[in-house]
Design a protein around this ligand. Sequence first.
Ligand SMILES: Nc1ncnc2c1ncn2[C@@H]1O[C@H](COP(=O)(O)OP(=O)(O)OP(=O)(O)O)[C@@H](O)[C@H]1O
Ligand SMILES: [Mg+2]
Length: 708
Amino acid sequence: MKERQESAIRSLKMMMVGTVIVPLAIFCFAAWEHYNSISRLADERIARTLDIAVEQAQKIFQSIDVVFSSVGEITHGRTDQSLRLYEAALSERLKAMVSAIPDVYSIWLFDLTGKPIATSLVYPAPAELDNSDRDYFVAQLDKNVGTYIGRVSKPKIGNEIFFSVSRKRYDSSGEFSGVTAVVVSPSAFEHFYERLARNTTASYAMIRSNGEVLARYPIAVRPGIVLPESGSFRQTIAQHPGGGQYTAVSGVDGLERRINVQRLGELPLYITSSLEVSSIKAEWFGWITTQLIFGIPVTCLLLFLEYLALRRTDDFYAEAGRREHAESTLRQSQKMEAVGQLTGGIAHDFNNLLMIIIGNLESLARQFSDTSKLHRKIQNALDGAQRAAQLTHRLLAFSRRQPLDPKPVDANQLISRASDLLVRSLGERVEVETVRSAGLWLTEVDLAELEAAIINLAINARDSMPNGGKVTIETSNAFLDDAYCCEYEGVMPGRYILISVTDEGVGMEADVIEKAFDPFFTTKQPGLGTGLGLSQVYGFVRQSGGHIKIYSEVGIGTTVKMYLPRSYEGPVEGTRPKSKDLLPGNGESILIVEDDAAVRNYLLELLIELKYAAIAADGGEAAIKLLDDPDQKIDLLLTDVVMPGMNGRQVAEIALAKRPHLKVLYMTGYSHNAIVHQGRLDPGVSLVQKPISEQDLAMRVRSMLDAY
Ligand SMILES: Nc1ncnc2c1ncn2[C@@H]1O[C@H](COP(=O)(O)OP(=O)(O)OP(=O)(O)O)[C@@H](O)[C@H]1O
Ligand SMILES: [Mg+2]
């Protein structure tokens, strides 16, 4: 059952863990996959737009090539002078070319000194202009430069920044005669890039292989932007001169970008196309957020439902456990109650019978001398009857019908007194240790019964240690709380004194513990144990309002704990005086009321023998008749409690109403009756317990009559 419960709870817990882990794992995988696919898409977009940007640049440079060819044809075989003569016509031709190619800003023809011969921009060309210091001019003074693409710079005329593409011009003899420059505005590229990027984080640039940026979008180019040699662009083209791909923080705008770079044909020029990494991530995060918006509430709801199921199952099992425990305690206490009733009834009848047997045997014994054979036999019979009385006493104790006379008791004193007796009776092989707690509270119990209980426990401890060992008797104050008391039927929370008896013996199996308090349950050989020892202890403790518990481990030992209710009164101790001689009467008259004829006769004979003027009645009515007789002297009423018709208490009440000075002594063998409530005597009540020994009766009658 317990295993099934645990496995059900375990499965539910695993389901809860699974509810979190499985969707999380699927989510992580999907997120990873999605990131890859977004990256792939971004790469494709970058590559596609790079192709377009490259195509656009190629077209422009092809147009510039066409310009160079046309200028070459026009100027072929002509000297600078002849060209200057035709400057007006030349300027017109150049202007026509510029207007045919929108991306070209102007065309210039320079002589070998850097002075303009003609330009599409103005006629006549400014004579004072000297461009011999310009990079695109200087570069052509070297040998085979071919087409040279210059850096971005401010013009000497006008404001718009530009870069120039230059090429050598040759005269008729094939000699280098001057430089033709085509001026291009970066904005021609930048406008195109802007359209290409349209509402994305894309960026495009045209960069010279030495890192100089010629055109760029989104941040427009300005003179002097040069990417460092150690930067990712220069490193990438150094390793892959045709172009490549990399992710880096842009040297221009400081943003992290995924960049594709491609060389423009054979020119020392590169076009780059890029996307911001943050935009790729943002798209990914957007996807994650959408998934989570739906996923998290569903998972939480599932988790919550599973948690509820777990709680319910837990509660259900806890409730089932509690019910099972409560049912078993109830069954146990009902069983004890039923057995108690049965044994109590038997014991009651036995008490009456034993009283007759013991009484008559005692009276017989007195008639024969101590040495006679008959006396010995009578004595043997008496011993047997006494043992039977002991058994009956234990049975009554178990059935909790033993009349108790509880008084405040100091258990420490009791234990130190009892330990001598225990040391003697437990034998040499058993060591008795007592641990008495300081400041121990008093308890309110029947002293003789508590003594008997401790002795019973000590004897059990001894019996569990056939090879000897140590018995520890310990006292302490204890508090039983609500939680503890809920587990046990009929235990009230509160302050108790605890007396525990511990041994190092063989211990008890769980099924032995369960039955240990049952009357006649014993594991001892037939004839060696009655099985009533623990029954007495149990009955006494429960009847005294306490609680008893066995803790035992096989092979290690046993502890029996008796919790007895704390008393708030001061200690009253002392034992009744006991004398061996029967205290005689003085002719006082005693009225015996007893329904059992044999008991009645025995009492009558005994009291007459003791020199009392005893008379007897078989019940309440007969007794009242005698009480009504004014000539009938009565000093003491000795009445049984449980009788058919009027009970002892009612008889006594009527008798006291008639004769207020009458003394009353009750007899009973049974605690459930009119003068004993919950096993305790009502205050001011005098009682003798059946079976009554001659000595006891003689002493109690005498002391009652002598009192005043
Ligand atoms: N301290 C103990 N260690 C091991 N077993 C014990 C101990 N006390 C009691 N038992 C077990 O409980 C059973 C019942 O005990 P109980 O005192 O009621 O009867 P008993 O000891 O067998 O007989 P009796 O008390 O008449 O000698 C014992 O037979 C024994 O099996
Ligand atoms: Mg015993």
